[in-house]
Write a protein that binds this ligand. Structure first.
Ligand code: SF4
Ligand code: SF4
Length: 402
């Protein structure tokens, strides 16, 4: 299994709109050929007044104020499609769009209520749900295997498992955490979690242009990491993975980091003989934007699924780099009401229609946001008796059980 390493990228933490063209990534913006590939590939391109191509055009013309005064960029779900397709390699999703969004939010008369609440909760409680940090590791009690919490037992450990918010608090996310713990345990991995010391990694806030909140969370998590001795971080969060790989190094983060799905794929030889239970499912896999388009992990989840006896894997029309976003990234998770009011089709619904068209009975995912988004979309469209949503990790754990 090829362990895809993230591309070597120029750090961009200190880029601002003011110094944009003094930075290599900013100057790259000037190489835009106005081909329109970004707008054409954007899942909300047809409803955006200012897709990336227009933003660059207006940036060059000194007319960005018009973009700042529009709420057009609230439709950007940070799906990395424009960035993946840009022939000039302009890091739109990662660099330019958050800078512009920051100004959009400053000028917005009112932030959509659901999003505002999620941001306030993240600042106050360290998670968008507004849940107490004391409950962050409540799921551990029902995992069925021992799980070490570093604040209670601070001995050095091999893997620091950064669970992230959705898989700590959401009931379906907690199912994934229990399955992950059982797999780690069966594989003999020496792991521990931070428990109530863990807070959101902050990447969705950063992609929204909320850099102050992101900085606060990054500084907090870095200080917690410094308290313990571990060799590597494995995180269930695909957005946390992005934050650790691309942003935290700016604060001296030097730990090797992997996301759970590609991490487990490296253990496939050891895992395969443990997958003894036949699962007679037709499965279609949804490529998460961060794991797939942003980091190139397309084959690892598929290899894990194919290793499960009885599973037949079928592909949706849009797969791998062309996958359609679930609509939850970059703040989209808390903008469904806003999109509905605008009359936009929810991307999660667009995606499950494709999944249903394959004839599969299981929609497999690897991003914590996707389970609740797709389960909800299946229900809304009346397909919830035809298809279930399962994390790849849940299917592996199910196949492992006698
Ligand atoms: S895809 Fe890249 S080069 Fe083409 S218009 Fe968009 S930003 Fe410019
Ligand atoms: S990141 Fe995705 S949603 Fe945002 S502008 Fe690019 S293609 Fe559109």
């Amino acid at each position: 299994m090829n362990q895809a390493a993230p591309a070597v990228v120029t750090p961009t933490y200190d880029v601002t709109l003011e110094n944009l063209f003094e930075h290599p990534e900013g100057r790259r913006v000037l190489t835009c050929i106005q081909c329109g590939m970004c707008a054409g590939t954007c899942p909300y391109g047809e409803v955006m007044d200012y897709p990336p191509r227009r933003i660059i055009n207006m940036l060059r013309a000194g007319e960005l104020e018009k973009v700042f005064r529009s709420d057009s960029l609230l439709s950007c779900v940070a799906c990395y499609a424009c960035m993946a397709k840009c022939p000039r390699g302009i890091r739109l999703t990662e660099v330019l769009l958050p800078l512009v969004k920051e100004q959009v939010f400053i000028n917005l008369p009112e932030t959509p209520a659901e999003l505002q609440k999620a941001l306030e909760n993240t600042l106050r409680y360290g998670n968008p749900f507004g849940e107490s940090s004391r409950k962050r590791a409540a799921w551990v009690k029902t995992a069925g295997v021992p799980i070490r919490i570093l604040s209670e037992d601070p001995r050095p450990v091999d893997v620091l498992w950064f669970v992230e918010c959705q898989n700590s608090y959401h009931p379906r996310g907690q199912d994934v955490s229990r399955a992950t713990a059982r797999l780690f345990h069966a594989l003999g991995i020496d792991f521990a979690i931070l428990g109530n010391e863990e807070k959101c990694a902050g990447e969705c806030a950063r992609l929204l242009g909320e850099t102050g909140l992101f900085d606060t969370l990054m500084d907090y998590n870095m200080a917690v990491f410094a308290k313990y001795k571990f060799n590597r971080i494995v995180t269930s969060g695909v957005h946390a993975y992005d934050a650790f790989i691309y942003q935290y190094p700016e604060r001296g983060f030097r730990y090797p980091v992997e996301q759970t799905t590609p991490f487990l794929a490296r253990y496939l030889d050891k895992l395969r003989p443990m997958l003894t239970r036949k699962l007679p499912y037709v499965v279609t896999y949804h490529d998460s934007c961060c794991l797939g388009r942003h980091n190139g992990f397309y084959e690892e989840p598929r290899a894990l699924l194919k290793a499960i006896p009885g599973v037949r894997l079928v592909e949706m029309v849009h797969n791998r780099v062309n996958s359609i976003c679930c609509g939850g990234g970059g703040g989209g998770m808390w903008l469904d009401t806003y999109y509905k009011a605008k009359g936009h089709e929810r991307l999660s619904e667009r995606r499950v229609k494709e999944a249903i068209a394959t004839g599969a009975d299981v929609l497999a995912v690897s991003c914590p946001y996707e389970i609740s988004r797709f389960e909800d979309a299946l229900k809304v469209l009346g397909y919830d008796q035809k298809m279930v949503v399962r994390d790849v990790v849940e299917l592996l754990a199910e196949a492992m059980e006698a």
